[in-house]
Design a protein around this ligand. Structure first.
Ligand SMILES: Nc1ncnc2c1ncn2[C@@H]1O[C@H](COP(=O)(O)OP(=O)(O)OP(=O)(O)O)[C@@H](O)[C@H]1O
Ligand SMILES: [Zn+2]
Length: 743
């Protein structure tokens, strides 16, 4: 058994001796789809305290788990209880993290072990850290001296230990030179202490804040200095400098020696953000997202657990890092739907960040130019402090937004840009500014149709048409990833040359741009291309620097970018996201998306323009965008939600029943609905065929549960599932509390 420094400090001896027929038992939760912790015998009479990572036998395997409660005396024969194999030399999982696991599991109706699994998603953190070696000067100079060797010895003359690559880099020589010097005895290889993350310095480069910014920052700083739980909604127009403002609260927390977590919706793309952080604090924050390597994950997990990592910028999963002393969480772009995780444990990261603040007694800042209705209502009802920024930094005016009525001013046949939009792009280029054309649809065309027989090419495993990606010569399913090489003949009737693409995606708009503006450098920014992170980052840099004059992008371009030369944003299809029937947030989301994407225009100089192509210029969302009257829009939307008892005034849970065969799914969904316990104030709707009835070969039915805010929805759902008929065969049931997707 290993007892390292963490356990040595925490271990306590159990003095109470078990009686005959009794045994000391410690509950251990393992990161599997299990609800409860299992009992184990502590190693050698010494009970590891709650939070300790231990290795235990489970079935025929060994697993790493966490001690989930205090040791107690159990009435079991000692033989019946397996023993903890080993106590790991890893910092214990803090009590706040354990309470968070319990809370998330209870709220989302997920097995506790699955939530713990998210907290342990860095397997390398639990393996012993291998020693690192470096070189320092030693012994006499080598018999054979070369200029390269001399350079190395000059660098090493200070006696410091450096990793091989570092020493080679500093001396400007190859690694072989170092090895040669070590063989000659002039350098010695020694063990190095583990690397420590760079410390962000709160005093590194404080900005000069505009008066309104300073006032807002003051309120955020107060919350940090006061300590304890609070939530501030930092609500400021696009380009107001919200980042600069919340950085001051970050600085205040760092100055108190606490850790800071900043959640970003697209961390993999936000090198701009990391650089801004470095400019303010002297070094980049630690990054945490799915594109990181295993070794790095392990290193960061440990650094966070030891309190050495002071600032972490991450995707939603960073919430589940084992912070030793978290003093502030910032959720940037808090309205973003991508904060909702849509598989395994279905949680909304913004909400969990608030809960984490409550459990850990620290402030939380939610920042957005287009806050969610949920947060606006919380601010109005006084649960959140509302901190506003009403004007852009540097005094630039907000963009002027106008609709292009496609009924009156349509594009030519087979084109997607109306004459009005084309001439606006032309004027923008003539003024030496950049233009952005926004269409939230990847690929070339969303539908391929056979003119001979009318067949629409669909995914064999999903009820969805395949999207053409012309650059790759493929048709792809955006739901399951199915790929078909672009056929020449119709797969249904076999006639050749009759397949036509219908409707536009960004690639097709880019094609039109290339035809209309052949000599103008353009760039496409689409999440298709995120497979290659460095390429996307390069594209963003090309746009920021002004090299790309026309940008064609999906919602990826809407996310917090600052492109100084961008003056015009044209929305190719403003009606696209409004058409999501059955989604209570469709209007809200359209409003946010349009405001965000148009908010990229005119950030450094006034005169930014947003043009929205729409068939419904009189729709309340369009009217609100054009008049810039956010408050009226919000008031309307909030009143409608309240009247319909929709979030945040009511609570929703979706239940998705799926099976390999349609009748099987339907039958079970109906049986499940019948088993719902009677509850006066809870409404169960459905089952109904899901809008996407088939995904990955599974047929889907949906039920929607609606309850007033003060009803214990989880208790109802649990009671229901306890009475539900057994799901047999291929039937699966998913519960999605607070759903954001209604497909
Ligand atoms: N006090 C300041 N001093 C210097 N530069 C500032 C200051 N405040 C803001 N800026 C600059 O103004 C630009 C816009 O700021 P920022 O990106 O933080 O806006 P934002 O409020 O986050 O906007 P959005 O919601 O549109 O992303 C940035 O380039 C930022 O560096
Ligand atoms: Zn598919």
């Amino acid at each position: 058994m290993v007892t390292g420094p963490y356990q040595a400090a925490q271990a306590r001896l159990d003095l109470e001796e078990p009686q005959e027929g009794q045994v000391r038992a410690v509950p251990v939760l393992v990161p599997l789809a299990l609800e409860e912790a299992y009992d184990y015998q502590p190693p050698e009479g010494e009970a590891p305290p709650p939070g300790t990572f231990v290795r235990v036998p489970l079935g025929s395997a060994r697993r790493i788990g966490v001690v989930w409660g205090a040791a107690r005396t159990a009435d079991v024969a000692p033989k019946k209880l397996k023993s903890i194999i080993e106590v790991l030399d890893v910092p214990a999982l803090p009590a706040v993290s354990r309470r968070l696991v319990d809370w998330v599991a209870n709220y989302t109706l997920s097995p506790r072990g699955m939530v713990l699994k998210m907290m342990m998603s860095a397997p390398r953190a639990f393996e012993p850290e291998g020693p690192r070696f470096g070189y320092r000067a030693a012994g006499p100079p080598p018999d054979r001296m070369t200029p390269a060797r001399e350079k190395v010895l000059n660098v090493a003359a200070d006696g410091a230990v450096r990793a091989k690559a570092e020493l080679a880099r500093e001396a400007g020589v190859s690694a072989a030179v170092i090895e040669g010097l070590a063989a000659a005895g002039s350098l010695i290889r020694v063990e190095m202490p583990p690397p420590r993350p760079a410390l962000p310095d709160p005093e590194h480069a404080p900005p000069e804040l505009a008066p309104e910014q300073a006032e807002a920052a003051g309120k955020l700083i107060d919350a940090v200095r006061r300590g304890g739980f609070s939530v501030c909604l930092l609500d400021g127009v696009t380009g107001a400098g919200k980042t600069e403002v919340y950085f001051e609260a970050v600085a205040a927390a760092l100055a108190r020696g606490q850790q800071v977590l900043i959640l970003l919706p697209e961390i993999a793309l936000t090198s701009q953000f990391l650089d801004r952080f470095a400019k303010r604090f002297g070094c980049r924050p630690m990054e945490w997202h799915s594109a990181m390597g295993a070794a790095e994950r392990g290193r960061i997990w440990r650094a966070v657990a030891k309190g050495e990592a002071r600032a972490v910028a991450g995707a939603r999963s960073a919430l589940f890092l084992p912070f030793a002393d978290l003093g502030l969480t910032v959720v940037d772009e808090e309205h973003e739907q991508s904060f909702k995780q849509e598989d395994y444990v279905r949680y909304q990261a913004r909400d969990v960040a608030v809960v984490r603040g409550k459990l850990g007694k620290h402030p939380v800042i939610l920042s957005s130019a287009t806050p969610s209705i949920e947060s606006v209502v919380n601010a109005r009802q006084g649960r959140y402090e509302h901190v506003r920024l009403t004007s852009r930094y540097a005094g630039a005016a907000l963009p002027d937004i106008r609709a292009i009525d496609l009924r009156a001013d349509p594009p030519e046949r087979g084109r997607w840009l109306s004459p009005a939009l084309v001439s606006a792009v032309r004027d923008t280029l003539a003024a030496d500014k950049q233009a952005l054309l926004f269409l939230n649809r990847r690929g070339y065309a969303p539908l391929t149709l056979c003119r001979a027989c009318g067949y629409r090419i669909e995914c064999p495993q999903c009820s969805a048409t395949l999207v053409e990606h012309r650059a790759r010569g493929k048709l792809t399913c955006h739901h399951c990833g199915f790929v078909l090489p672009r056929p020449g003949d119709c797969p249904a009737c076999g006639v050749s040359g009759k397949l036509v693409p219908c409707g536009p995606g960004v690639e097709r708009v880019a094609e039109e741009v290339a035809e209309r503006f052949p000599d103008v450098p353009a760039a496409i920014l689409s999440s298709d291309f995120t497979t290659n992170l460095s390429e996307v980052r390069e594209t963003i840099a090309r746009i920021s620097s002004g090299k790309a004059r026309i940008v064609i992008g999906t919602q990826l371009v809407a996310k917090g970018h600052h492109f100084p030369g961008l003056a015009l944003v044209g929305v190719v299809d403003g009606d696209l996201s409004l058409a999501q029937g059955g989604d209570p947030r469709a209007a809200e989301r359209t409003f946010q998306l349009m405001q965000q994407v148009i908010g990229r225009a005119g950030r450094e100089e006034s005169g930014g323009v947003g043009l929205i192509q729409t068939h419904a210029p009189d729709h309340p969302v369009m009217r609100a965008l054009i008049s810039g009257d956010r408050d009226t829009f919000l008031a309307r939307e909030i009143a409608a939600r309240e009247a319909a008892v929709l979030p945040p005034f009511g609570r929703l849970a979706a239940i998705i029943v799926s099976a390999g065969a349609k009748p099987e799914a339907e039958r079970y969904a109906q049986a499940l609905a019948k088993a719902a316990p009677p509850a006066a104030r809870i409404e169960v709707m459905g089952p109904a065929e899901a809008p996407l009835v088939l995904i990955r070969g599974r047929y889907r039915y949906r039920l929607l549960v609606k309850a007033p805010r003060n009803v214990d929805l989880q208790a109802f759902l649990r009671a229901w599932m306890d009475r539900a008929p057994l799901a047999k065969g291929s039937v699966r049931v998913i519960i999605d509390v607070d759903p954001y997707s209604f497909l």
